[in-house]
Design a protein around this ligand. Sequence first.
Ligand SMILES: Cc1cc2nc3c(=O)[nH]c(=O)nc-3n(C[C@H](O)[C@H](O)[C@H](O)COP(=O)(O)OP(=O)(O)OC[C@H]3O[C@@H](n4cnc5c(N)ncnc54)[C@H](O)[C@@H]3O)c2cc1C
Length: 311
Amino acid sequence: MKGKKILIAGAGIAGPAFAIQLIGQGAEVSIIESRKENQMQEGLFIGLSPNGLNILKELVDITPLYNDSCPGTLHFLNSGGKCIASLRTTYQLSLYGIESIQVKRSAITRLLHDKLASLGCTIVYDCRLEAVDEVEEKIRIHTTKGVLGDFDLLIGADGIHSRCREIAFPKGQKPAYTGLLSTGATVAIPGWKDSTKAINMTFGKRAFFAFATSGKGEVWWFNNFYQKKEPDRTKIAPSLQHTIKTELLKLHREDHSIVTQIIAATSQLFAYPIYDMPPLTKWYTPNICLIGDAAHAVSPHRSRSIACAGR
Ligand SMILES: Cc1cc2nc3c(=O)[nH]c(=O)nc-3n(C[C@H](O)[C@H](O)[C@H](O)COP(=O)(O)OP(=O)(O)OC[C@H]3O[C@@H](n4cnc5c(N)ncnc54)[C@H](O)[C@@H]3O)c2cc1C
């Protein structure tokens, strides 16, 4: 990679992580990101498994992640709140040297971005990849901030709705809306006490609900919400947020009271539509390579029918 001029589209997680690797190999890397800098805080939290943590550890010092995290241990509760099974993470320590945790998505992005800044690599925000011209062996990139060039490689790290994928494979597969929204929030509840040190997954009478308590004492919760009509994926309207909250309170009214206590205390609910991305047969062309969700988005659900079964 020494001396190669590379443009990465997308400064979420895959893009900055790969940029750090490429810079380490001597490449000259530029990154563009369609969001504005102040939008990079968006999102809730992500579970990091030992393999992901071990890779991340090679790129950045992950110690700051533990300042605001939830444990990875899972407790499965019945609708009355009784723990019926648990899956601890302690076995991972001897196998992989590290245990799964949940962290805010923005915390991972921040660590990666800080590392890039220390390597002298800046991110151009509010700059969307639109089109690509291949001129002999080089590529020229059309963006909302003008034409950039000439590059040896374009890396598409622009997520599940990748423009880069459309450019590289115009007749390729497209993501399909599953009919589910992933919903959740991080909430500070006065007087909250939870000594479980686990993600408490409640199999309620009519729906599923999970919550954990972060090291800072906040409640982090998530579940899935059936929404037949695909909402605007860039912004869930306040009216839909209100509907989700009201429906969740109804769905969980027969479950243990902690669930409705958490939902009732939530003012800022985050929701994003879930898409299935059929596997691609190829992730690259001679000058373009897809990575992360642009190449292989993983469904957060085992299957739609299971996820909807509670309704
Ligand atoms: C705002 C946001 C919030 C999320 N919140 C959660 C969450 O709470 N929990 C969870 O499990 N997963 C969440 N995800 C998904 C999760 O981040 C990804 O599944 C995972 O991190 C894979 O990372 P990625 O870098 O491949 O894709 P992403 O994290 O999706 O990053 C792709 C980046 O590319 C940018 N982009 C898109 N199109 C263009 C373009 N044309 N030109 C330039 N840049 C472009 C996007 O703005 C985004 O920053 C979220 C994703 C986003 C974008």
